[in-house]
Ligand binder design. Structure first.
Ligand code: CUA
Length: 333
């Protein structure tokens, strides 16, 4: 008994976290979780009943003196058996009907979008996420990578696209999965309720680094979201420090500019993540490394060592060049 209680406590303790479908922080995840619990209870009860009947039948067959009677003719027990079979069939039909109606209601609720949705576009790439917030004007548009910010209490209408292969967008605490398919646009509505940091994960095998395709998700108050948005819209000033300025020159004179964009500089590449505010993000390389001087140095020095197969090539840099480059990237808050 004590063991069972300890096991239950452990199970329940596992039921919260930043990547957990059973700890919903959005309306859609709450709907899916309620549906999951309903199915678990209904199917669990049915399963227990079936096993109980099976056990009873085995016990009865063993204890009966003459089991042959059942097979050969009508016995006194037969009307009772017919009644219980009819009851059993009715129970199954009722259970299936209940699950069908519950799943229909859940489906309708998931398909609904609330008023005044925030538009976000997420594009999957091998192996990172591009996140865009279209603005009313081109200069109000935000492009970032591997980090999704959402205001709590406001529905987000997320447009999902893919550039190369099929990926799957999954933030367990916020909603169910939705595929991102090349040449096709899918949509998903998420209405986050609880502020916090969550973790999304690509949920469709998409190549060598599928597991290293995570998405940091920040649900914050509308005021915090607007402050974040304002910071993202600002163009970072040229670095004041000498080392960082040298790093800027390294960035602009090396292959980095072919793939990455930094607003306010000539770097306008769009095949890799936008680095305008790279230092503001929690992780780099789609959650593969923590952001900071150490993570950035390791990633730039040997991308293939960190994420074998990544499209990021190793750019040959001297030690001082690498240090300067990292110092510059660190200024891009
Ligand atoms: Cu992208 Cu798996």
């Amino acid at each position: 008994m004590r063991c069972a209680a300890a096991g239950l406590a452990l199970l329940l303790a596992a039921c919260n976290g930043r990547q957990n479908a059973l700890d919903p922080a959005a309306d859609q995840a709450a709907t899916s979780e309620a549906m999951w619990r309903t199915m678990l209870v209904v199917c669990g009860v049915m399963y227990v009943l079936v096993l109980a009947f099976l056990a009873w039948a085995l016990w009865r067959a063993r204890t009966r003196r003459d089991p042959g009677v059942v097979a050969t003719g009508r016995t006194a027990a037969e009307p009772a058996l017919e009644r219980s079979l009819a009851g059993w069939s009715a129970l199954i039909v009722a259970g299936l009907l209940f699950l069908s109606i519950a799943s229909f209601v859940a489906d309708r609720s998931l398909a609904r979008t609330g008023p005044d949705p925030l538009d976000v576009k997420v594009t999957a790439n091998q192996w990172w996420w591009q996140v865009e917030y279209p603005g009313e004007r081109p200069d109000r548009r935000i492009t970032t990578a591997n980090e999704l910010h959402l205001p709590a209490g406001r529905p987000a209408r997320i447009t999902l696209a893919a550039n190369d292969v099929v990926h799957s967008f999954w933030i367990p605490n916020l909603s169910g999965k939705q595929d991102l398919v090349p040449g096709r646009i899918n949509r998903l509505t998420v209405t986050p309720r609880r502020e916090g940091a969550y973790r999304g994960q690509c949920a469709e095998f998409c190549g060598l680094q599928h597991a290293n395709m995570a998405l940091d998700v920040v649900v914050e108050s509308p005021a915090q979201f607007e402050a974040w948005r304002a910071r993202q819209l600002a163009t970072p000033p040229p670095p004041a420090e000498e080392l960082a300025e040298a790093g800027r020159q390294v960035f602009l004179s090396q292959a980095c500019v072919m793939c990455h964009r930094i607003a306010g500089t000539e770097a306008g590449g769009m095949t890799g993540p936008d680095l305008t505010h790279v230092a503001s993000r929690a992780t780099i390389a789609a959650g593969a490394l923590p952001n900071g001087p150490g993570g950035l140095s390791a990633w730039i020095a040997d991308p293939q060592g960190v994420k074998p197969g990544t499209n990021m090539p190793r750019v040959p840099l001297s030690g001082p060049q690498l240090n300067a480059l990292v110092a510059y990237l660190e200024t891009l808050k």
